[in-house]
Design a protein around this ligand. Structure first.
Ligand SMILES: [Zn+2]
Length: 293
C-alpha cells in the first residue's frame, strides 16, 4: 500500500491529504460515487437504469428518505442518534427529488473522504469575488452535484445508452425518462461525457427587454467543466426573433442551424440542433453544438 492509495476497494476510512486542488477533489468524489455504483451493480446483478436514490441510501447506511414540505429547500441530510435520514421536498418533480437526494448522498461521500476544502485550492475566477466562506460552500455544492450526476447517470452506462440513441437533441427526452432525471440534467450529462465533443446550451426568454429575445442561461461542455479544454462560447448570447431558436421555442419540433462560437482567439461556425422543452413560463430551449461535425 503506497501513500497514493486513494482508490482502494474499501469504501471506508480513506484519509486524503489536504493539498489537492478542486479538480483533483472532483475526480476523487466522482471516483467514490463510481465505486458506490459498482457496488450496487454487483449486488443487483445488472446495470439497467434507473439508479434510484433509495438504492444508494441503503448502501450508505442512510435509514430513510422522507418526503416533506421543505419550502425553498430541495433536500437535507439529517443525523440522528441511530443514523442518517434524507428529507426531500415533496413539492418538486420526481426527477428533481431524485437529484436532490443523491446530492445529499454526495455530501455523505464527501464527509467520508474527509476532505477539507481550502479557498486557495479553488479558482477564484469560477466564483467571482465572493467571500471565502461562500466560495468553499459553493465548491462543496458543485462537488456534490458531480457525485449526484455519476450516481444517477453512471458514466459507462449513460454512454452506452447515448451511443445507442445517438448524440442528438432527439435523445435527451428518452435518456431523461430512462434515468429518471430532468431534461436539463440529461442534456448536461450528454455534453459532459459524450465521446464526440458536444456543447449544451440552455436558452430562455430574456424578460428585461421587449424584443422577446432568447438568451443563453447556461452552458456546458465539451467535457467536464474547467478541464483546460477548449472553451466554446456563442459569439452572440442573445438572439432576437425571428430565428430558428424561436421556432424551436414555439413548436415542439427540433430545428437545425449553424452558429458562431468563440474558441480561444478564433471564431468557428458550428452545426447546432435545438429543441424546446417545458410549458408556459418555464419553457426553455436546449441546443447541442458540435465542434467536429
Ligand atoms: Zn448540498
Amino acid at each position: 500500500m503506497g501513500t497514493n492509495n486513494l482508490t482502494g476497494d474499501s469504501l471506508d476510512s480513506q484519509v486524503v491529504p489536504l493539498s489537492l486542488n478542486l479538480e483533483q477533489v472532483t475526480d476523487l468524489i466522482i471516483e467514490r460515487a463510481g465505486q458506490l455504483v459498482s457496488k450496487l451493480i454487483e449486488q443487483r446483478g445488472h446495470d439497467k437504469p434507473p439508479f434510484l436514490p433509495g438504492e444508494f441510501a441503503r448502501l450508505q447506511g442512510i435509514k430513510q428518505i422522507v418526503k416533506a414540505d421543505l419550502g425553498e429547500t430541495s433536500a437535507v441530510l439529517l443525523r440522528f442518534g441511530d443514523g442518517y435520514v434524507i428529507k426531500v421536498n415533496q413539492n418538486h418533480s420526481l426527477a428533481r427529488q431524485n437529484f436532490s437526494c443523491v446530492h445529499e448522498i454526495g455530501h455523505n461521500l464527501l464527509r467520508e473522504l474527509k476532505i477539507e476544502l481550502n479557498t486557495e485550492d479553488i479558482e477564484y475566477r469560477t466564483f467571482n469575488s465572493q467571500a471565502p466562506g461562500r466560495i468553499v460552500a459553493k465548491a462543496r455544492e458543485r462537488l456534490c452535484d458531480a457525485a449526484a450526476a455519476e450516481l444517477l447517470m453512471p458514466e459507462m452506462v449513460f454512454r452506452k445508452y447515448l451511443s445507442g440513441f445517438g448524440v442528438s437533441v432527439h435523445s435527451i427526452e428518452r435518456l431523461a425518462s430512462i434515468f429518471k432525471v430532468s431534461i436539463h440534467t440529461a442534456a448536461w450529462r450528454i455534453a459532459e461525457i459524450s465521446i464526440e465533443p458536444c456543447i449544451a446550451l440552455r436558452w430562455q426568454p430574456w424578460l428585461r427587454t421587449k424584443s422577446k429575445g432568447l438568451r443563453v442561461a447556461q452552458r456546458m461542455g465539451p467535457g467536464r467543466e474547467s478541464r483546460g479544454k477548449a472553451n466554446y462560447m456563442p459569439l452572440h448570447t442573445y438572439v432576437r426573433p425571428p430565428s430558428t431558436l424561436h421556432k424551436a421555442y414555439q413548436d415542439d419540433s427540433a430545428v437545425k442551424c449553424h452558429k458562431l462560437f468563440k474558441v480561444d482567439n478564433a471564431v468557428k461556425r458550428l452545426p447546432m440542433e435545438s429543441k424546446g422543452f417545458g410549458r408556459g413560463e418555464t419553457r426553455f430551449v436546449i441546443s447541442l453544438a458540435f465542434p467536429y461535425r
